[in-house]
Design a protein around this ligand. Structure first.
Ligand code: PRE
Length: 294
């Protein structure tokens, strides 16, 4: 069976790069045939897996400079049954791509909001007057650049090569240590999808809403994990979109949900939550480990 891997397109995105490295790892270490399927948005990428059009999706979930990729969190809250198979951490080096003769000629800069935000200091310093235009991905505007020499896009060096476009500046992210964590997600358990030498899964991700906006609504479920010594590696709130000031919470636990104590903690927090979604347990790997594994 060929595994279809959905990712954010058009070709050249960072998500495609992460998906490609994962694809190489699957084909080389698992002898598993796979194909990459680009989708126009992160929400559509995840929906493709939820609706069975693709078996796996590789989606960005968090960046070291800009924090959570909110499109991913919001789509995950709306969809049912998606499980994280693996988390991959990949370095991100942004470049400014344009057909302009010089940086001073640029009037508009297109990119994914995450990429624009990761470079906001550089943009303010070097081309403060440009108009920033958010796009669904870092590569969505690349085909427009040849027609408009006053336009630029923030994307990767790899994308510039793929589209045969000039790079005017490189390493423009505000902090050189720029990493994005991607989740490899599926609807059903796919045994081949994760490295088998890692015995224990190190992280579990959950999202929940609380029954009422009252004192302790968040503290009570968190206390369940604290009381058995489980560390929280991340907490993020997102608006429920039902009413102003009402939130749902995404948390990452340093724990494996198949361990009895964790399993009972997860059962216990259902008494303090309104809707609880578990995205399962998984390992977090730097991208080099997938490349070395080939
Ligand atoms: O637009 C892309 O190239 C993406 O893969 C999306 C995305 C993101 O949403 O975080 C991925 C990595 C970088 O952090 C910037 C953009």
């Amino acid at each position: 069976m060929t595994l279809s891997i959905a990712h954010l397109g058009p070709p050249g995105t960072y998500a495609e790069q992460a998906a490609l490295l994962y694809f190489n790892w699957l084909t080389k270490t698992r002898d598993q045939r796979a194909i990459l399927c680009p989708y126009p948005s992160i929400a559509q990428t995840l929906r493709a897996v939820a609706q069975g059009q693709a078996k796996l999706a590789v989606v960005p979930v968090e960046n070291s400079i800009e924090g959570s990729v909110t499109m991913t969190l919001d789509a995950l809250w709306q969809l049912d049954g998606l499980q994280v198979q693996l988390a991959i951490v990949m370095p991100i080096v942004h470049t400014l791509i344009s057909c302009a003769q010089s940086i001073e000629d640029i009037k508009t800069v297109y990119s994914h909001p995450q990429a624009l935000a990761q470079c906001q200091g550089w943009l303010d310093r070097v081309i403060p007057k440009v108009q920033l235009i958010p796009k669904n991905s870092t590569t969505e505007a690349l085909l427009q650049l040849e027609q408009d020499p006053t336009a630029a896009a923030i994307s990767s060096e790899r994308a510039a090569q793929l589209y045969n476009l000039p790079v005017l500046a490189t390493g423009i992210n505000d902090y050189p240590e720029n990493y994005t964590r991607f989740w490899v997600m599926s609807k059903n358990y796919i045994p081949l999808a994760r490295p088998s030498h890692l015995e224990r899964r190190t992280h579990t991700s959950l999202a929940f809403s609380t029954p009422a906006n009252v004192p302790g609504a968040l503290a009570k479920p968190l206390q369940v994990f604290a009381s058995i010594g489980i560390n929280l590696s991340k907490i993020e709130s997102r608006p429920t979109k039902r009413s102003l000031g009402e939130y749902l919470f995404f948390i990452d636990l340093e724990a494996d949900s198949s361990e009895a104590q964790v399993e009972s903690a997860l059962a216990e927090i259902t008494t303090y939550t309104e809707v609880l979604k578990s995205f399962g347990s998984y390992n977090v790997l730097p991208i080099q480990e997938l490349v070395v594994g080939c």
